[in-house]
Design a protein around this ligand. Structure first.
Ligand SMILES: Cc1cc2nc3c(=O)[nH]c(=O)nc-3n(C[C@H](O)[C@H](O)[C@H](O)COP(=O)(O)O)c2cc1C
Length: 201
């Protein structure tokens, strides 16, 4: 299951049954989280007009950010990206919520608590992707909302404390995805008590 899951970016127009959406979201919430903080919140977008309005404004913000850095993106590519989100039958916005997080007066500890919450969010999204794959549907994880959190909060009227982080698109696949290769070199090391590397896998 883990090896067969691929990012799917094109979907059939066939709607996704609500029970499936509920099932994959439930699977997401069974992910481990630091001190069981469960720092996630999901916003499910299915209405085409809402998806279009949100993603077109995000795309404009993206273009103007690029322009501020003397970069550009052509209009066709921008439209393609917006359509990927609009055409996905289900668009899930995954947010980081502060409820359940520990409060520290120490800045370093507070920043570590935030890191752990973001790691927990990653575990929850991976569960979501695998559960989606298990139902025969496809999904893709996009980081676009992380680049324009305030704009997304404003458009969707999300409280300031709830941070948009990722989009997950979901639907019946309309493409055979190419395999993204994995690193060939060894990434596993055995280390002894003194910190010396004793072997590789
Ligand atoms: C944090 C994160 C952000 C990602 N953002 C994007 C994105 O913005 N656009 C996109 O097309 N894919 C995005 N992806 C999907 C990756 O490109 C994909 O997982 C990777 O190429 C490996 O392919 P696979 O998922 O088919 O194994 C993202 C994945 C992760 C984990």
């Amino acid at each position: 299951m883990i090896k067969q899951r691929r990012s799917i970016r094109r979907y059939q127009t066939k709607p996704v049954p609500k029970e499936i959406v509920q099932k994959v979201l439930e699977a997401a919430t069974w992910a481990p989280s630091a001190h069981n903080s469960q720092p996630w919140q999901f916003i499910i977008l299915e209405d085409r007009q809402i998806k279009r309005n949100l993603t077109e404004q995000m795309s404009e913000a993206w273009a103007s950010d690029l322009a501020n850095n003397n970069q550009s993106i052509d209009a066709k590519k921008r439209k393609e990206k917006t359509e990927q989100f609009t055409n996905a039958p289900v668009l899930i916005l995954v947010c980081l919520t502060p409820e359940g997080l520990k409060k520290f007066s120490d800045k370093t500890q507070q920043s570590i608590e935030r890191d752990l919450a973001i790691e927990s969010l990653g575990a929850c999204i991976q569960n979501l992707l695998l559960a989606t794959h298990a139902t025969g549907l496809g999904a893709c994880w996009y980081c676009a909302p992380a680049f324009c959190k305030e704009l997304v909060q404003k458009i969707l009227k999300i409280p300031k404390s709830v941070e948009p982080h990722a989009f997950i698109t979901l639907g019946y696949p309309d493409e055979v995805p190419t395999i993204s290769p994995r690193k060939k070199e060894s990434t596993y090391y055995f280390v002894n008590f003194w910190g010396n590397t004793t072997g590789q896998l």
